[in-house]
Write a protein that binds this ligand. Structure first.
Ligand code: SF4
Ligand code: SF4
Length: 158
């Protein structure tokens, strides 16, 4: 499926998530599905939560017990393949890497999109915008929890 459409199926996406009771704390979701020579996620994690190992082509594995949800790996990944997810009070919170302009502003509502680019929800709240030294900004958003496994990114303002 991913070879045909370029988008992962919900089953594949779910396989990258921990159990929902683990998501009461933020955890990195690594959607890196192909063996490629790349490891900034592993080398950037200050908590040694991501493992690729000596064969740099291996798909990264994460230890959710070690992951603090800091989001450093999401910023470091050149493929924008990592986000951080958390569940709280019926909402799903995500930290996502975002490289387009204009940047969202805290308090705005943007559209949430799925992995096919379709709009899921037009009331995705921008909770935080963390600019970094490089061009990857980390944007924290909240949406309704039922979109937990479908949410992929944000799209233009309402
Ligand atoms: S979110 Fe932070 S602690 Fe978790 S894997 Fe990424 S860099 Fe490591
Ligand atoms: S840095 Fe990103 S693209 Fe590279 S191996 Fe890690 S998750 Fe995959």
């Amino acid at each position: 499926m991913i070879e045909k459409t370029g988008a992962a199926t919900i089953e594949l996406v779910k396989s990258k998530f921990p159990a929902k009771d683990v998501l009461v704390r933020p955890k990195a979701i690594i959607e890196c599905y192909k063996e490629i020579p790349c490891n900034p996620c592993e080398t950037s994690c200050p908590f040694d939560a991501i493992y690729i190992g000596s064969d740099i082509n291996q798909i990264p594995r994460i230890d959710f017990n070690k992951c603090t949800g800091c989001g450093i790996c999401a910023q470091a990944c050149p493929g924008l393949a990592i986000m951080v997810a958390m569940i709280k009070d019926g909402k799903a919170y995500f930290k996502i890497p975002y490289e387009l302009l204009p940047l969202p502003v805290v308090g705005e509502k943007w559209s949430a999109a799925n992995r096919y680019g379709d709009v899921l929800d037009k009331h995705c709240m921008i909770e935080n915008v963390k600019k970094t030294k490089d061009r990857t900004t980390i944007v924290t958003v909240s949406i309704e929890q039922p979109f937990l496994y479908e949410f992929a990114t944000i799209r233009s303002k309402l």
